[in-house]
Design a protein around this ligand. Structure first.
Ligand code: ACO
Length: 332
């Protein structure tokens, strides 16, 4: 069964409450029809109720069983304004700014999740990555023990020799431009968790560099060496090794030659890139040149899951990201 079918099936087994703050957006409303029909999640659409209903009517979508929330008319609006002001006053937020911010459906959705009115959120069909993630960074914050929010892609390769029968997880390819060694270790922990939770993998994590076990000396290599040390310290149970070049991580013969005895070399299924330039370029090269399917970016490390859509997303993409978010919520 294809991975996305498995994830949709998992989502149905324990329905989670997913908030969609771009409630009157046309693809989002059409996705709700599929999510409802397939029983993937319980959904709440946020926004102006008249606009949501007009979009639903335009596409002949029934909103039976779908909750609608208009922040400004919601009974908790004033309480959320106060809570946001308290949370952010040290950062210069005034009561006026808090009142305006809570009218933003993405911020309001984050506050709903924090207050137990939802299990996760999906947005980004009409918002930038920054605008989608910022409410989560400010209000939801990170999961216990995780110092940074990051992202990964699940890569499904036509060549089944790599990873787990062609499946691999690449992180971070979309969020942190230049992580510190500590942040890189946190990205590795989160990517391993995502590999377990969404792919059912037993992660074998390679901390990638242009050096394998001291073959090159450079401050960029030092960062990956230090990240590997921190990773072993914070997650001693995780099968992980570094610093490794990509071929040493992926190809058995090269791994045995350059890094004999490594539990990861030659059989890595989770690749951690040293920065966003490498990660973003890396996943796109594998997608385009090797014909891999790239599922993501999947956000990881939040206390409650939030995922960012591409603005070019299709209705089916939204359904898939809602299913991913629901399964992440099941695994908290
Ligand atoms: N994890 C945890 N907290 C974070 C993170 C993070 N990764 N990034 C920022 N924060 C916190 C900050 O500490 C700050 O907290 P505070 O206000 O309480 O002090 C708050 O979040 C806001 O920080 P900003 O620096 O203002 O972050 P901003 O909101 O501008 O940006 C973002 C965050 C959008 C994730 C930024 O890092 C970014 O633009 N990353 C690159 C995204 C990108 O362009 N990706 C490539 C394209 S995607 C693709 O190709 C699939």
């Amino acid at each position: 069964m294809a991975l996305m079918d498995t994830i949709r099936l998992k989502a149905k087994m324990q329905k989670k409450r997913i908030l969609l703050p771009e409630g009157s957006e046309e693809r989002t409303v059409q996705a709700v029809a599929l999510i409802q029909a397939q029983g993937i999640a319980e959904v709440t659409l946020l926004g102006n109720t008249d606009e949501i209903l007009a979009t639903a009517q335009k596409f002949n979508v029934s909103l039976d069983g779908v909750s609608l929330v208009d922040p400004e008319k919601d009974a908790d609006y004033a309480a959320y304004v106060d809570a946001y002001y308290e949370m952010r006053k040290a950062k210069g937020v005034t009561p006026e700014i808090a009142a305006k911010t809570m009218k933003d459906t993405k911020f309001f959705a984050a506050m709903m999740i924090l207050n137990g009115r939802g299990d996760g959120m999906v947005a980004g069909a009409i918002s930038t990555t920054g605008d989608t993630l910022r409410p989560g960074l400010q209000i939801i914050k990170m999961a216990k023990g995780i110092s940074v929010v990051s992202s990964c892609f699940i890569m499904e390769l036509p060549n089944k020799a790599y990873g787990d029968d062609g499946m691999m997880v690449f992180g971070d390819c979309a969020v942190n431009p230049n992580p510190t060694a500590e942040q890189l270790a946190a990205i590795a922990v989160s990517s391993a968790q995502t590999a377990k939770c969404l792919c059912g993998m037993e992660p074998r994590v390679a901390m990638l560099s242009f050096s394998t076990k001291g073959s090159a000396k450079h401050e960029l290599v030092d960062k990956v060496v230090e990240a590997t040390r921190v990773l072993h310290e914070i997650a001693p149970e995780l099968i992980a090794d570094g610093e490794l070049q990509a071929d040493a991580a992926l190809v058995s013969k090269v791994g045995q030659l350059k890094c004999p005895g490594s539990p990861v070399a030659g059989k890595a299924n989770v690749l951690i890139f040293p920065d966003l330039q490498a990660g973003n370029i890396g996943y796109k090269l594998v997608q385009r040149l090797a014909g891999a399917e790239a599922i993501g970016p999947i956000c990881q490390g939040f206390r409650y899951p939030i995922n960012d859509l591409s603005r070019g997303c299709s209705v089916e993409d939204i359904v898939s990201v809602v299913a991913i978010t629901a399964v992440q919520a099941q695994n908290l």
